[in-house]
Design a binder for this molecule. Structure first.
Ligand SMILES: O=C(O)CCC(=O)C(=O)O
Ligand SMILES: [Fe+2]
Length: 390
């Protein structure tokens, strides 16, 4: 299921944090809200309204940078605007065969009086105080053709939108009365977790079943502590309802849980989800330049970039950008942020937004200056590039 490894030197920035932080001025790149699409305007407005961008439709996870038209900005106050971290991305109507997957579940689980072998595939996963649900490997539950459609769609999404070349084995789980996942985080599994829902959410007869994530400010609780303010569930956590065929992609480092389901014992009425992790962050190439043709120019650019990142204060997370390389000139015609979960480490001692902004700006600045060879057929190339900070 996982794609082959890429021959890149390294996309893991090697960093030493001894030097003073560097601030990035807007002399080279300027940022605008997501490119030319109708969604772009909505994104821009949403970005202006949201003080902390926490959940996002896929388009809202993107912002694009363009090469400054030569005008030099001497004003010291003019710094780059970079996209805020997005720890949850929602992708509605993800998979065309979701209804068939659900129909297969219904057919296989539906008749409780049937005793054929295909019914006996479920593990009651019970870790006291932590997990309580029914699960089975999806590749053994669904017919191969249907399963392949699911896996292909997830792998393609990971490659193009997140810069992840692989996925973990996919679980199929259902939750009836009393089932839940307690609070946990999944940092080692991969940079992003996913949940694709087969739940008939609008028609449900149970309560609970939402994915719950701690709000970012809770993770920095004492920095924001206000003795005059009380907090309750809505301030402490984000609830993501698993609408049918919605792909929820989230930063698995964030403590999260599944709200206990109450009100049905019937698997056909259950919360039903396919879930796993996007893995193996690595560059992905599409278009006229082959990976081999583009790699030397990219590596040359990355050498300078890593040196520049090495003197910035520390951040952790992943930032994924997509470059459009103009076929004729080999120049970078467009840079689009696809995903960004960067968080400043507290020991950075700087304003968190400044730390993450400087990191993103440095990436953009170097990538926009990269010089690729022109393509043989004159066509453009798209490169999806994940940067991991640990
Ligand atoms: O089902 C969900 O909403 C979350 C699943 C999850 O967190 C996990 O499987 O680790
Ligand atoms: Fe999880």
């Amino acid at each position: 299921m996982a794609a082959a490894n890429c021959s890149f030197t390294c996309l893991q920035a090697q960093r030493s944090w001894s030097s003073a932080p560097r601030r990035c001025r807007a002399a080279v790149v300027r940022c605008r809200a997501a490119a030319d699409s109708a969604a772009g305007a909505a994104v821009q407005q949403a970005a202006a309204e949201a003080s902390a961008a926490w959940t996002a439709e896929p388009a809202a996870a993107a912002a694009a940078a363009e090469v400054d038209s030569g005008q030099q900005h001497e004003d010291e106050d003019e710094y780059l605007e970079m996209p805020e971290a997005q720890h949850v991305i929602l992708q509605p109507d993800f998979l065309d065969v979701a209804p068939q997957l659900r129909a297969h579940f219904d057919q296989r689980v539906g008749n409780p009086l049937k005793t054929t072998a295909d019914r006996f595939v479920w593990d009651h996963w019970h870790v006291p105080g932590q997990y309580n649900l029914m699960r089975t490997p999806a590749d053994r539950f669904f017919p191969a053709q249907l399963y392949d459609r699911l896996e292909d769609a997830l792998v393609e999404y990971g490659e193009r939108q997140l810069g992840c070349r692989g996925i973990s084995p996919i679980w199929l789980s259902y939750y009836v009365h009393g089932h839940r996942q307690g609070w946990h985080s999944d940092a080692p599994h991969g940079p992003f977790a996913f949940v694709l829902s087969l739940t008939r959410w609008e028609e449900r007869r149970f309560s609970g079943g939402e994915t719950m994530l701690l709000q970012p400010w809770v993770l920095d609780y004492w920095w924001h502590f206000d003795p005059a303010r009380g907090t309750e569930m809505p301030q402490l956590m984000t609830l993501v309802p698993p609408h049918f065929n919605q792909l929820t992609v989230f930063d698995g480092r964030i403590p999260h849980a599944v709200q206990q389901v109450e009100g049905t014992y019937d698997p056909l009425e259950a919360r039903i989800v396919l879930h796993g992790w996007f893995t193996q962050p690595a560059p992905f190439f599409a278009g006229s330049l082959s990976k081999e043709a583009a790699t030397p120019a990219l590596n040359a650019c990355l050498d300078g970039l890593y040196a520049a990142l090495g003197v910035l204060p520390p951040a952790v997370g992943i930032a994924t950008v997509r470059l459009r390389i103009a076929g004729g000139s080999g120049g970078v015609a467009d840079l689009q942020w696809l995903a960004n979960t960067l968080v400043a480490r507290p020991q950075a001692g700087e304003e968190p937004e400044d730390v993450c902004g400087a990191t993103l700006a440095t990436i953009a600045e170097h990538l926009l200056a990269a010089a690729f060879p022109p393509s043989a057929d004159g066509g453009d190339t798209h490169i999806t590039l994940p940067f991991i900070f640990e």
